[in-house]
Design a protein around this ligand. Structure first.
Ligand code: NI
Length: 169
């Protein structure tokens, strides 16, 4: 098991667009396993490969309370179907910050799974928001991009201050 280090906003590498995965082979599955280890250890409910500086189109999610419902989406394509909802979002790359984001409520995601098979899933609520949040990462987008300039500036200052206070190790 490997825990990967997570890039933190405003690291410019978070703006890299992910490349599609051509072949779901063992090296891709190792990346996925390490992403799950990293997400569960953090702990978090979602992680995009972009956040661990691997710029391939892979996201992992587990919104269950017991952390026993792992979901992986490779080369995900999201169709924004209907409705809208607001949820407080956080991000492992923006530690300690939670802000309200409005997103489409009902979506359908098509992707490859761990075995490389095509899967389609309809999602709403938290899962829908989480999938959209992680897919944004693959496009180099971060949830704070939805906030006002003033709020983004405040978040950057707060993270800088926290970074200075963090013990070096
Ligand atoms: Ni995130």
């Amino acid at each position: 098991m490997s825990i990967l280090s997570i890039l933190e906003y405003p690291d410019p590498r978070l703006r890299t667009k992910a490349e599609p995965v051509k072949d779901v082979n063992n090296s891709i599955r190792t990346i996925i396993d390490n992403m799950f280890d990293t997400m569960y250890a953090a702990p978090g409910i979602g992680l995009a490969a972009s956040q661990v500086n691997i710029h391939r189109s892979i996201i992992v999610i587990d919104i269950s309370e017991k952390c026993d419902e792992p979901l992986v989406f490779i080369n995900p394509i999201v169709s924004l179907d209907s409705g809208s909802h607001e949820l407080d979002e956080g991000c492992l790359s923006v530690p300690g910050i939670y802000e309200r984001v409005t997103r489409t409520e009902n979506i359908t995601v098509t992707a490859l799974d761990y075995q490389g098979k095509t899967v389609e899933l309809a999602a709403s609520g938290l899962l829908s928001a989480c999938i959209q949040h992680e897919c944004d990462h693959l496009a180099g987008k971060i949830f704070v991009d939805y906030l006002s300039r003033v709020k983004q500036q405040r978040i950057r200052q707060k993270l800088q201050k926290l970074k200075r206070q963090r013990p070096k190790g």
